[in-house]
Structures are given as C-alpha cells and as structure tokens.
Design a protein around this ligand. Structure first.
Ligand SMILES: [Zn+2]
Length: 363
C-alpha cells in the first residue's frame, strides 16, 4: 500500500519536472524560476506545507534562506537586506511601499500576489531589526507588513525578477532629527471656541511647517506624530521620539484661559519639563529658543516660559521636549488670526527657525 503511494508520488514529481523542462523554452520568464521550483519540490519533502503554514513570516524567511543555502552550497547573496520575488507579470514599479512611522511599520502592497505568495515565491534576507513580519491577501493585493524595532525609511530597488529592500535609520540619513507633534486629534478636540477646534489649528500649523521642511535642503530629518485628523495616544507619541532617536520634540498646541471665557489675554507661551529649567541642551533653554523665535516671526506677545505638569506627558520622555502654546483661542483677535493661513504660516516659520537655531546650538 505504502509502496504504491510512494511510486505514485515519484511518478507525479517526475511528470511535473518533465512538463516544466518541456515548457521552459516557451516561457523564458520561467527559466529563472526553475531553480526555485526544484527547490520547492525538495522543500516539500523536508517540511510539509502544514508545517510551513505554522511558521511566522520571519521563521519562513529564515527557512527559505537555509534551504537556498543548502541548494547552492553557499549563503545566497544580493545587494540588500531583503529580496522579494516579483509575481509573474508584475514589475517592481507596481509595488506600493507605505511607511507608518508612529507604528514603526512598513507595508508593501504587491499586485497579483496570491494567498500562497510567501510559499510560492520564497522571500530571502535577514530578519535583523525586524520585530515581526506578516503577510495577508486582500482584493488582488498581497500585503507584506514589516514591524520594525525602530523607525526606518525603506530604500527600494528592483530588476526584472526581484524587488530589493533596505532599511535606513534616521541617523544614517540625516545629521539632525526632530519630532513634531500636533496636539490632540480625532475625538480629542482640545479647546473648542466658536465652533473651532484646537486640534485643527494645531494640525494646520504643523502642515504649514511640514511644507517648509519638505522644501528645505537642510539635512534635517523630521518625523510627525500625525499629519491627519487622528489621535495617537501619548505613549505612541513619545515612542516615536525614542524610536527615531530624535534630538528633541516640539509639540504644537493652543491656549485658553483657565475659566474658558473669552478675555483680553493673548500671546505665545512655551512649556518645558519641571526639572529641566536650566543648562545646556535642557528643555528649558529649548523652550526659550522656541518662545523667542515664534514671537519674533508671528509678532505675538511674549507670555514667557513655564514648567509643565506631569500630565503633560510628552515633556517627560527621555529627550528634551517643549510644548508651544501658539496663541489664546479665548481671545477674539488671536482666535481670528490663528484661523488664517497667513498667521499659521508665521507661527510655523517661528518654529522652523527655532528648530534650526537649536541644531546650530548643538542640540
Ligand atoms: Zn492643547
């Protein structure tokens, strides 16, 4: 009985191999895959598909590395950390790469990569710096998700058969790194005055600032906790600062009187961590720089610097951080100004100048 099954399997494998060999001249693209195909047949004997289905993405990649090394008699080499095989008929330019810095995640969307992509097209590379690797298939796209140990920017390239992926750290790419945080977001509106939400003004200022950094040629890496109306929690915001290895964080907010009533009080204020008032590269000194630059650029009145409460968590991470309260939403004139693109641009220019001055001073 067993012998019969073995015999049938052997005949089947022989028939498939023969079919592939005969078909090769007609499908030149398959030629490069024939080696992998035979490897796949051999792998099938080493580990059952069920066993491979149980593996995590990283284990599967390590397994494919091992098998390929055995096959070739040496470790496979290519000029990047990860090498993906392109599905039949797909060009490297068709792949979409998306970075989500707040989650330290890089996603690659591969058209026409089916449910078995990870098994049919062995991905090779090293799992270094990758915390988790997963694959799913959705609406004609294979979706590969790399959860990284820190923030990396993907560096990609491709040829006819493969897509290559490297991960570059902010420090490899830039001389200086800053995290910009737009306060509140999503369901957390911050102050609301006359139907205007603080979260929206904060974001508008950060978008103006992003436009300036994007246009700048300075070797400064800027990472944002949000650029849309969403609300990462304070742990995620602080983690971004740590995972980018940022030199400091600037959090953009707007103020209100304690009672919340409209008043004549107006102006810009900067907040630092309580125990960091003085000293070189302290949050306190950074707050002073921010205050001077923003009031100079926007022409707002100077409300000074003050220590922040423990609840203002972003201040109490491991690196210098400042909250800028750009203006008072409880002041009629200032609220009007804060809603204009022009004034938002002035606040943003002040923050931009503060970042550059802080880096010049050695932060
Ligand atoms: Zn706020």
């Amino acid at each position: 009985m067993e012998e019969r099954i073995l015999k049938k399997t052997a005949i089947f494998i022989a028939a498939v191999s023969l079919a592939v060999c005969l078909a090769l001249p007609f499908f030149p693209r398959l030629k490069t895959a024939s080696g992998e195909f035979l490897t796949a047949v051999k792998e099938y004997r080493t580990k059952t598909k069920a066993e491979r289905l149980d593996m995590t993405g990283l284990e599967l990649m390590a397994y494919h590395m091992e098998q390929t090394a055995k096959e070739m008699g040496e470790a496979p080499s290519f000029p990047s950390q990860i090498r993906l095989e392109l599905p039949f008929g797909v060009s490297g330019g068709d792949l979409e790469v998306v970075r989500e810095d707040i989650a330290q995640k890089i996603t690659i969307r591969i058209p026409y990569a089916g449910e078995d992509y990870m098994y049919e097209y062995p991905m090779l590379g090293s799992g270094e710096s990758i915390e988790n690797l997963s694959y799913k298939y959705e609406k004609n796209y294979g979706i590969l998700e790399f959860l990284m140990e820190q923030v990396y920017e993907p560096d990609v390239g491709y040829d006819e058969d493969y897509f290559y992926l490297d991960f570059l750290s902010p420090q490899e790419l830039y001389n200086n790194v800053v995290v910009i945080d737009a306060g509140h977001g999503g369901s957390e509106t911050g102050t609301v005055k006359q139907g205007i939400c603080e979260k929206d003004i904060n974001l508008d200022i950060v978008i103006r600032l992003k436009e300036m950094f994007d246009a700048s040629k300075e070797p400064v890496g800027v990472y944002y906790t949000r650029t849309t109306d969403e609300n990462p929690n304070s742990e995620q915001r602080m983690r971004l600062a740590e995972k980018t290895g940022a030199d400091f964080v600037i959090s953009v907010h707007n103020n209100a009187t304690e009672s919340g009533r409209m008043s004549s009080i107006q102006g810009t204020l900067a907040i630092y961590a309580e125990d960091e008032k003085e000293g070189e590269f302290s949050s306190g000194h950074l707050a002073q720089i921010c205050l001077e630059e923003v009031t100079a650029a926007a022409g707002s009145s100077n409300k000074g610097i003050r220590p922040g409460k423990k609840e203002e968590k972003i201040l109490y991470g491991t690196i210098p951080a400042v909250i800028i309260e750009a203006g008072f939403m409880t002041n009629e004139t200032e609220l009007g100004n804060l809603c204009t693109r022009e004034y938002q641009g002035k606040i943003a220019k002040g923050i931009y100048n503060a970042v550059m001055r802080a880096f010049e001073e050695g932060y």
